[in-house]
Design a binder for this molecule. Structure first.
Ligand SMILES: NC(=O)N[C@@H](CC(=O)O)C(=O)O
Ligand SMILES: [Zn+2]
Ligand SMILES: [Zn+2]
Length: 346
């Protein structure tokens, strides 16, 4: 017996497409199911200026296979030298949808990020004025803060002060991994939202470490205790408009993951919608999947919902997803949830 679920075509509000051969290999995996995605700017070198974002957007569109309908929503990488006028011009022309804040050293390719938050105050004030959202990788980088506490400490020490100092600034806490993140977002009646990844709804820190280290489950922020995973599930499936899908699908080649110093990032573009249907069904909340994946994000960003639909199908036999995507840079392992999934996208 098959079951179907038709949804407004979803968007991905946090995506890494990389560049060159990797871009070519992973872009179709997202464009197949998603109408739009917020494109992360942490290339090497990062996408800092409007001119760089325009050139990157052109490379993405050139890599898009003919016949695929997909719109990249570009972002700028905030540095201590970012020019508020360049940001405002990129926003006014419709080129960018958000600016991304990486605390320096917090994650993959974040060395050009921000250390001294006073230096970016003029940019944040300009963004509040023009209504341009700030997407935040919310982890402190202090060596003395335990990696499992870095999100909670960031909220108290950095995020809350930034928001209080910049009234009206719209902020997205990207890829929240803790009940602290959920609670903080719920405490704000306006101007604050959060993306939640597919993998953080599925794995906790045991999945990374028990029975041997699993490099393909390592991402940042690192998955936390089970109680946090359950808080994320409750938030994602609640229908609360402040929570929406950002897969943080972050491809790295297998040699770079399966290494003595493996890169952070889970590649979930290929099977995200099937995995989400599984998770939402487990939570008895299939009816909230459309809000999470297709409606809450556009509402937060002030954009129209996609016009087209996708249909998810549940069949009697497990769906077959590729174990790897091949790129000319090397293979990329597709996120394996560790259980059979019966959903797929028609
Ligand atoms: N999430 C990750 O673990 N990695 C991301 C960076 C990021 O989103 O922090 C990447 O670019 O690989
Ligand atoms: Zn991040
Ligand atoms: Zn990311």
């Amino acid at each position: 017996m098959t079951e179907t679920l038709t949804l407004t075509r979803p968007d991905d509000w946090h995506l890494h497409l990389r560049d060159g051969a990797m871009l070519k290999a992973v872009l179709p995996e997202t464009a197949r199911d998603f109408g739009r995605a917020i494109i992360m700017p942490n290339l090497v070198p990062p996408v800092v200026t409007g001119a760089q974002a325009a050139a990157y957007r052109d490379r993405i569109l050139a890599a898009l296979p003919a016949g695929m309908d997909f719109a990249p929503l570009m972002t700028l990488y905030l540095t201590e030298d970012t020019d508020p006028a360049d940001v405002a011009a990129a926003h006014a022309s419709g080129l960018i949808t958000a600016v991304k804040l990486y605390p320096a050293g917090a994650t993959t390719n974040s060395s050009s990020g921000v250390s001294n938050f006073d230096k970016v105050r003029p940019v944040l004030e300009k963004m509040a004025e023009i209504g341009l959202p700030l997407c935040v990788h919310g982890e402190v980088t202090d060596a003395d803060i335990d990696i499992f506490d870095r999100e909670a400490v960031f909220i108290d020490r950095m995020l809350d002060p930034i928001r209080k100092a910049t009234p009206g600034l719209k902020v997205v806490m990207e890829h929240i991994t803790t009940a602290n993140g959920v609670d903080y977002v719920k405490s704000a009646p306006q101007d604050l939202g959060a993306t939640i990844t597919t993998h953080h709804l599925i794995i906790n820190r045991n999945h990374i470490l028990v029975g041997g280290i699993k490099p393909h489950y390592y991402c940042l922020p690192v998955a936390k205790r089970e109680e946090h995973r359950l808080a994320l599930r409750a938030a994602a499936t609640s229908g609360d408009a402040r929570f929406f899908l950002g897969t943080d699908s972050a491809p790295h080649t297998d040699p770079n993951k399966e290494s003595g110093c493996g890169c952070a990032g889970c590649f979930t573009a290929t099977n995200t919608m099937a995995l989400l249907a599984h998770v939402f069904e487990e939570e008895g909340a299939l009816g909230s999947l459309e809000a999470f994946a297709s409606k809450n994000g556009p509402a937060f960003y002030g954009l129209a919902e996609n016009q087209s639909k996708i249909t998810l199908i549940k069949s009697d036999s497990p769906s077959q997803f590729p174990a790897k995507i091949n790129s000319d840079d090397g293979p990329v392992t597709v996120f394996d949830p560790g259980f059979p999934v019966y959903w797929s996208v028609a």
